[in-house]
Write a protein that binds this ligand. Structure first.
Ligand SMILES: Cc1cc2nc3c(=O)[nH]c(=O)nc-3n(C[C@H](O)[C@H](O)[C@H](O)COP(=O)(O)O)c2cc1C
Length: 360
């Protein structure tokens, strides 16, 4: 009787977990003879990026020794990211992963940021050459996630802060959630999130990147999936089967999102801010590299990281935040951080490299 019950529950759990498409369900095992450069670019694409738009295009030149990483403007979030800051932060995160993956294969990377006058775009050219270099770990890239669960409110230990921010050239500031400036960020993030979430143009833009059904996830391999948004278990199954992307524009969905964000902002140990002296694609790429470097260190320390940029995306809040927090430079990136007991495996999906890579 007990065995029957256990096997039924096991079957139900298996059904529930296999019903919502997650990264491991659609990732094929790499081909045996996959060129090294393809592996490096695949690792690069595991980087965090806004709304999982994966706004990158890659050209591989010179037998895999030169890689151009360019913005794919068809994937730009025109409403919430009109300046392309989030887009270039996402490219920066991709570049950081690319350089770390290259180091694993004994290649040193040199990154130059180039302004293309004719198209008014900025892109990065990365040259790779064999050299003795610090060897990074590929597993950290495979297992990095944006963690949206509530965190513990304990202050992050100094030794851990030092590990997280090592080599980030003083552009990172971590503010305890227990202090007044931390409470300010929590309140303003929630306020700005609610305004954005209820705005018609932002709702429409978000709906374009929502992938509820498994077929949609498999067809697109990008965007915010049911599991990616942290909607799991039976609820996740129901949402993936019954909701359409436009349902994300309904009041009930939006208000649930706002109450989740309230819980998130109230449950963290601190706020991580990345600042730069100027607003430029180059400084945003730097910001993205720093974000990704820090996020790759989080899992080993059982620290969750969750970008929440609404306070600086909404113009009415950005100026006030920079004035009130008065940090050296302009705030370009905001994330909540905090200790967690459980660190789930990544679920967000990625396109195949053939979808965005061209060999010249
Ligand atoms: C510039 C930037 C802004 C982001 N803003 C948010 C955000 O406001 N809320 C959120 O839940 N995730 C945010 N993210 C995280 C992305 O949604 C996440 O990286 C993407 O969905 C892929 O998931 P993964 O990081 O787990 O691989 C942001 C990421 C970046 C790079």
């Amino acid at each position: 009787m007990l065995i029957k019950l256990l096997s039924k529950s096991l079957l139900l759990v298996l059904m529930l977990t296999s019903c919502v498409t997650i990264r491991k369900n659609i990732s094929k095992a790499p081909e045996k003879n996959e060129p090294q450069i393809n592996k490096i670019i695949r690792y690069a694409s595991l980087a965090g990026n806004s709304h999982n738009t994966q706004p990158w295009k890659v050209e591989v030149e010179n037998g895999g020794t030169v890689i151009n990483v360019m913005p794919d403007l068809t994937r730009k979030l025109n409403v919430v990211d009109p300046t392309s800051r989030g887009l270039y932060i996402s490219l920066g995160a991709f570049i950081e992963n690319l350089c770390q993956a290259a180091s694993y294969y004994g290649l040193q990377s040199h990154v130059s940021v180039i302004r293309n006058e004719s198209s008014d775009n900025t892109f990065a050219r990365i040259t790779l050459k064999p050299a003795q270099t610090e060897k990074y770990d590929l597993t950290a890239m495979e297992r990095r996630v944006t963690l949206r669960t509530p965190y513990k409110t304990d202050t992050i230990k100094t030794a851990h802060l030092e590990k997280l921010t090592a080599g980030t050239d003083g552009c990172v500031k971590i503010i305890s959630s227990a202090k007044l400036p931390g409470q300010y960020i929590a309140a303003k993030t929630l306020e700005a999130y609610a305004i954005q979430a209820r705005r018609e143009d932002a709702k429409k833009e978000l709906a374009e990147w929502i992938r509820f059904s498994n077929n949609h996830v498999k067809a697109k391999r990008d965007g915010l999936t049911t599991a990616g948004m942290g909607i799991t278990g039976f609820g996740g199954l129901m949402v993936s089967m019954m909701y359409k992307p436009e349902d994300s524009m309904k009041d009930s969905f939006i208000e649930k999102g706002i109450s989740n964000v309230k819980i998130q902002t109230e449950n963290c140990g601190g706020w991580l801010l990345i600042t730069q002296q100027e607003d430029s694609p180059e400084s945003w790429i730097k910001t993205g590299r720093v974000y990704q470097r820090i996020n790759l260190r989080c899992r080993d320390l059982m620290i969750g990281m969750h970008p929440m940029n609404q306070m600086i995306e909404e113009p009415a809040f950005e100026e006030d935040a920079n004035k009130y927090l008065n940090i050296n430079g302009k705030i370009q990136f905001v994330a909540r951080i905090g200790y967690v007991d459980k660190y789930p495996e990544p679920v967000s999906v990625r396109r195949e490299i053939k979808d965005f890579m061209q060999v010249k």
